[in-house]
Unconditional design. Structure first.
Length: 326
């Protein structure tokens, strides 16, 4: 199946592109050349064309200065490259890597022998400081832990065994492995508003975040299906899992995946339109949820309209290199 034959998922709200979508390519290339030399030269060359710093402006259009956008763009790069690099890392080895990254996210300094990615984590934390508070850093770090533990580390055994999960298991795993819980946290500094903890933990806000993660997970699966059909370890795609579990055609699996996606979108809209009364915070929470929605539609637009070879060009998606490239 060719990517152009796959339907483009739709949303009942628009998308926006921030003013800095083309502003960070030179910096990005410097980050890659300086701090990602533990990856092969060919892989680094591919990443320079992936447009991850551009995706940040599609996902966080409210950021209105380069200084405000820089830590978000840097985070976009390091978390994506971490996800790719450690994709097939054995779980017992990745646990220590996860914990060290969390320490850096909470303020520890990198060790002298740390790979450059760890230095990028420290830089993103430093750059976020003017726009967030300690409570946000704790939430960001906790969400990284959940992504790594309940997402990436849950996916790895399936990939190494080349074994399909059930659809129900997949949806739970992908909710975390898509990494949108930590990726979603920069919505707050992008709008200059940090959500109070008691509101962040409200069941409706938590449900909206869950829906955002699942919607984007399916969106990603649609955008990457051609690429994943050609890689034998890339089996954690909802289209492929539905096809395997129900023994249906690829077209029927796509139709069912769209139905699941659209039901999540409908629920998101219903909750967005019927938020609880958060008192003095109401207008800020409405803006926060609105910008969560813009993350979804913005990322969807970037897949199809952005300047990235990551999903569009065969052979441009890098292979996991942990344990291979030294």
């Amino acid at each position: 199946m060719k990517q152009q034959d796959v339907p483009v998922l739709q949303y009942p709200w628009p998308y926006e592109i921030g003013p800095f979508s083309q502003s960070f390519y030179e910096e990005q290339n410097d980050w890659i050349d300086t701090d990602y030399q533990f990856m092969s030269e060919a892989t680094r060359a591919k990443y320079k064309k992936h447009g991850l710093v551009e995706a940040a402006s599609y996902m966080f259009p409210a950021a209105n200065t380069k200084e405000q956008m820089r830590p978000i763009a840097r985070f976009m790069v390091w978390l994506t490259l971490l996800d790719d690099y450690y994709e097939l890392c054995p779980v017992d080895q990745f646990a220590d890597i996860r914990d060290h990254i969390m320490d850096i996210m909470m303020g520890e300094q990198p060790k002298a022998d740390d790979i450059g990615l760890i230095k990028q984590v420290a830089l993103s934390r430093q750059e976020f400081i003017p726009y967030v508070n300690d409570e946000w850093f704790i939430r960001w770090t906790k969400n990284f832990y959940c992504y790594a533990t309940y997402g990436l580390m849950e996916e790895t055994p399936y990939k190494l065994k080349k074994e399909y999960p059930t659809v129900s298991n997949l949806l739970l795993i992908r909710e975390y492995s898509i990494s949108m819980y930590p990726y979603g946290d920069p919505v707050e500094p992008s709008i200059n508003y940090i959500v109070p903890g008691y509101i962040s933990e409200h069941p409706i806000i938590k449900r909206l975040k869950m829906l955002m993660c699942r919607i984007i997970a399916i969106q990603n699966d649609f955008a990457s299906i051609e690429k994943e059909l050609g890689i034998d370890t890339e089996i954690l795609n909802i289209i492929l899992v539905i096809k395997n579990q129900y023994n249906v055609s690829l077209e029927e699996a796509i139709s069912e995946a769209m139905h699941i996606h659209d039901s999540y979108v409908q629920e998101f809209v219903e909750l967005q339109n019927n938020l609880p009364d958060f008192g003095l915070h109401q207008k800020y929470i409405k803006r926060f949820v609105h910008n969560m929605a813009l993350m979804i539609s913005g990322l969807g637009a970037w897949y199809h309209k952005g300047n990235s070879t990551r999903y569009k060009t065969p052979g441009e998606f890098p292979k996991p290199e942990y344990g291979i490239i030294t």
